[in-house]
Ligand binder design. Structure first.
Ligand code: ATP
Length: 484
């Protein structure tokens, strides 16, 4: 599995999906750039999410708030005081660790060595100590477990400290007057501070949602696993505002709805599981992660949080601006309107880059094929769901002459307003097919001499490699049928 992960990283680079940031200067830790196919795939995932929220729900609207926000936002949200992770340094190796990651990695090792019960006991103890913010206890646990991570083997650890994950910078050109502002560590607050703007202008009635996608920044203590944990990343978040007392109903609704979104892409349900949080964040009354089985194990891809009225209430206190909603629906218990209240919130929050890695992990296959003469060869194929594949259709004239490129160009002109097509006339057809497999193009169409006779083309399906002849006028519909 570790090999598969390394293969995915190399493949992502070789085929223009993901590059290390500023690579000519040897990269920047935990920052990545998306290449030609990567940026298409990322945009398609974002669009697929956006459509599922704002087009498929008539009670969800979108916004696009700025990354910079008034500094008081982060006081009110609790990020200035609470958005930190416990870290510890190993004096021998001079390496820094996030305490929960260190203990989780240790538990994974125990489990791999067949000591499942011991592993579970470590995780349970860790959860309890984290919940109690008992850092001395956590340090004792690390010592008792004899976690070493150093050259001398003594396990010489510092005390545990809290490390705030927000990046700060200065606003304004005159340093003395400058105010410290933060790069947003989540997109959610841009939604909360706009709650009434949106509710009033879009004339929304509770229950309703506000969706947003955009960059977020976290100074992660240790960034690892490629684009799984980055310092600059993108989130897709939706805050759903509900009447107080109905939050568990909506929490369960979104828990199911979000898993359905994942499986609607054709990704098998058994690769997913829910993980309920033991330690709840300061704003939550219930929370869970949707986890996916990455090549390095089950890990969080999306969080569903019941955030209560914490954020709106806190913004009301700090801003001194009422954040109330007037609900004129009649309460059957009293026969009167529900009246004024601060809504409760259910949040769905998914990392776009993490979803991208999920798609790459699901899609990547080194398929062994047996040729007609009995020998074997391997093809690398990306089974990217057609709805989000970077190119939907490759149009390939068999030869660069005899009028075949002209017919191909005509098909290109017909299809390209509807979906992304790719045109190529160089190289043997087999090699061209393999390149399309490697970038995950679901359909290839070949134009040959017979096309001139009877207007049929060969259509080749990426996953099955089956080929069939269809009338050229049918190609657009076939592709549209698969990507809707
Ligand atoms: P963790 O405990 O792994 O640090 P988190 O619980 O703090 O993550 P949330 O605050 O719930 O994460 O963020 C919501 C989503 O944003 C996550 O499910 C994940 O997909 C994504 N995300 C969070 N941090 C990062 C990161 N550093 N890089 C990439 N994606 C991230």
């Amino acid at each position: 599995q570790e090999n598969k992960f390394q293969a995915i990283i190399s493949h992502a680079k070789e085929y223009g999906f993901v590059f290390p940031s500023s690579e000519i200067y040897d990269g920047l830790s935990a920052v990545y750039d998306y290449g030609p196919y990567g940026s298409e795939l990322k945009k398609n995932i974002r669009d697929y999410w956006w459509k599922s929220m704002t087009q498929m729900h008539d009670n969800i609207v979108g916004i696009d708030a700025a990354i910079f926000m008034h500094p008081t936002t982060w006081k009110a949200s609790g990020h200035v005081d609470n958005f930190s992770d416990p870290m510890i340094d190993n004096r021998d190796s001079q390496k820094r660790y996030r305490v929960d990651h260190l203990l989780e990695a240790h538990a994974e090792k125990l489990e791999a060595a067949g000591k499942k019960e011991e592993a579970d006991a470590v995780l349970k103890k860790m959860d309890q100590l984290l919940a109690a913010e008992d850092y001395a206890g956590l340090k004792d646990l690390i010592a008792a477990e004899k976690i070493v991570c150093g050259i001398s083997g003594t396990g010489n650890w510092t005390d545990i400290r809290q490390f705030n994950l927000m990046f700060s910078t200065q606003l304004g050109s005159v340093a003395e007057d400058a105010d410290t502002i933060y790069l947003r560590p989540e997109t959610a607050q841009g939604i909360f501070v706009n709650f009434l703007n949106v509710q009033k202008t879009a004339r929304m009635k509770v229950p309703f949602g506000i969706a947003q996608t955009g960059k977020a920044f976290r100074n992660e203590i240790v960034a690892r696993q490629f684009i799984f944990r980055m310092r600059e990343f993108e989130q897709m978040e939706m805050q759903f505002f509900v009447r107080p007392g109905t939050q568990m109903e909506w929490y369960n609704y979104w828990k199911e709805a979000r898993l359905k979104w994942h499986t609607s892409l054709g990704i098998p349900a058994e690769k997913y599981r829910y993980h309920d949080h033991v330690k709840l964040a300061h704003y939550a009354d219930a929370a869970l992660d949707i986890e996916y089985e990455f090549p390095f194990g089950f890990k969080e891809v999306e969080g569903i949080h019941s955030r209560t009225d914490f954020d709106l209430k806190s913004h009301q206190e700090y801003s001194k601006k009422k954040q109330q909603y007037f609900d004129n629906d009649v309460d059957p218990a009293t026969g009167k309107p529900y009246g004024n209240y601060i809504p409760y919130v259910i949040e769905t929050s998914i990392g776009l880059d993490r979803m991208f890695l999920l798609v790459m992990s699901h899609a990547y296959e080194e398929e062994v094929l047996t040729k007609e003469d009995g020998t074997q060869e391997t093809r690398v194929v990306m089974h990217i769901p057609p709805q989000i594949a970077p190119n939907k259709l490759a149009i390939l004239p068999l030869l660069k002459k005899d009028g075949l490129p002209e017919i191909a160009r005509e098909l290109m002109d017909e299809c390209k307003p509807f979906f992304k097509c790719f045109y190529e006339e160089k190289d043997a057809i087999g090699r061209r097919y393999r390149r399309q497999d490697a970038i995950g193009t679901p359909f290839c169409v070949t134009i040959d001499h017979q096309t001139k006779e009877d207007q049929t083309v060969t259509i080749r399906y990426r996953d099955s490699m089956k080929q069939e002849r269809v009338h050229i006028s049918k190609v657009k519909e076939i592709v549209l049928g698969a990507i809707a």
